[in-house]
Ligand binder design. Structure first.
Ligand code: PLP
Length: 406
């Protein structure tokens, strides 16, 4: 008899975005002429930068001739891309990350979800609340949690990200082994200062813990005092992994390219306390289960680092940041307490009412779709997330409609 992994039964039946899609579907059916503006799901709306497209086309053409064709590439990524990443994303920030510590992949969703495979079952795991759901669900699937009770999984340690701590979780009183952090944050849009990140790194060093640092939104940081990489903090290379993605940086959500940094210095332990190499373990895992990102996509990603590519990705993220600023200012002028929206494409809004009630009100009265904060965790109740990923014109119209609706 083929038996299932019973842990899957613990997963909450429906995924946040399918709930949202159902409500939109029902509303559209009942109001077929409604012009809905979507500021919900965090998918980009603007085309790939010109320079990336040109590199992409050129690489596709190379695939059409035997003498320039590329078959399987290195699982870890082509060195032309890894070298550029090391130079431009890390060396330029004064960190010592090298190309062989970078693992190119087809997305940070997979990497943040897969990384937990390398660790023991009985870990104490800290996850922010609210949270990008992938960190939680993949640990549920792996059997590291108990049942879902009162809006949380038993056995996980939730790190409350609330107004009182500016949505940057406080250090836990317990000794955790694995900690997920994400800055600029999805969904709250908060950023962590150097002092706040240092406190986490010091905590991890002291407790022999590991931080999984998700920097998928790093390209939106404009405040120079905010660290762009956790490796800007001394000692972080011993206790932190960093996830980066071209999805939001350069509009690659449908093209798929990301990377994970696993420093060779990173220390993890076997059950007898011996130090093990996390770098070797991830390399082994990556080579066994992954066969590389396609050559044209890696060439397109490489183009992000050219002089013209840098100008274009800055223009792209500036565009969304302009939307974010507009949303932030408008929502504040309507009397809502908000965070995010300056170094982030997300605005986290205290709606002072049930998240889904606010969602339904915006959908029915303004035909604007947001994301209910409660879908990201218990601490998200009462909030909604509005995303800046849409055209400026649509954003302006959405804010006009919201003004009338409220
Ligand atoms: N990490 C966070 C915090 C995200 O919000 C997202 C996507 O929305 C991802 C990772 C996934 O990125 P990718 O498109 O590289 O899979």
């Amino acid at each position: 008899m083929i038996q299932i992994n019973e842990n899957y039964k613990k997963l909450k039946a429906s995924y946040l975005f399918s709930d949202i899609a159902k409500r939109i579907g029902k509303f559209s059916e009942e109001n077929p002429s409604a012009q809905i503006i979507k500021l919900g799901i965090g998918d980009v709306t603007r085309a790939l930068p010109r320079t990336c497209i040109e590199a992409f086309h050129k690489a596709v053409d190379e695939m059409s001739a035997d003498n320039s064709f590329h078959g399987y590439g290195p699982e870890q990524g082509y060195s032309f891309l890894r070298e550029k990443i090391a130079e431009m994303d890390f060396k330029s920030r004064g960190t010592g990350i090298t190309a062989d510590e970078i693992f190119v992949s087809d997305g940070s969703k997979c990497d943040t979800g897969n990384f937990q495979e390398l660790f023991a079952q009985d870990l104490k795991i800290g996850v922010p609340d609210p949270v990008y759901p992938v960190y939680v669900d993949t640990n549920v699937m792996a059997g590291r949690t108990g049942e879902w009770k009162d809006g949380r999984y038993q056995g996980l340690y939730y790190l409350d990200s609330i107004e009182e701590n500016n949505f940057v979780p406080d250090l836990p009183s317990e000794k955790l082994d694995l900690i997920y952090l994400c800055f600029p944050n999805n969904p709250t849009g908060s950023v962590a200062t150097k002092t706040q990140l240092k406190a986490w790194v010091d905590y991890a060093l002291k407790n022999k813990a590991l931080i999984l640092f998700d920097a998928a939104y790093v390209a939106f940081i404009r405040d120079n005092s905010i660290p762009q990489s956790i490796y800007e903090i001394e000692g972080a290379d011993k206790v932190a992994i960093e996830f980066r993605s071209f999805s939001k940086t350069a509009g690659f959500t449908g093209t798929r390219c990301a990377y994970t940094v696993v420093p060779k210095n990173c220390q993890v332990y076997s059950s007898n306390g011996n130090i093990e190499s996390l770098h070797s373990m991830w390399n082994r895992r990556h080579c066994t289960k992954f066969n590389g990102v396609s050559y044209p996509v890696q060439r397109a990603a490489e183009a992000v680092y050219s002089a013209q590519g840098q100008v274009e990705v800055k223009e792209l993220t500036d565009y969304y940041l302009k939307n974010a600023k507009y949303i932030l200012e408008k929502m504040q002028s309507f009397g809502f307490k908000c965070t995010g929206g300056d170094n982030s494409p997300y605005i986290w809004i205290n709606g002072q009412r049930d998240s889904w009630e606010f969602f339904d009100m915006l959908l029915s009265k303004a035909q604007v779709v947001c994301t209910p904060g409660s879908g990201f965790g218990k601490c998200g109740e009462g909030y909604i997330r509005i995303s800046a990923f849409n055209s400026y014109e649509k954003v302006v119209e959405a804010m006009e409609r919201i003004a009338k609706a409220i």
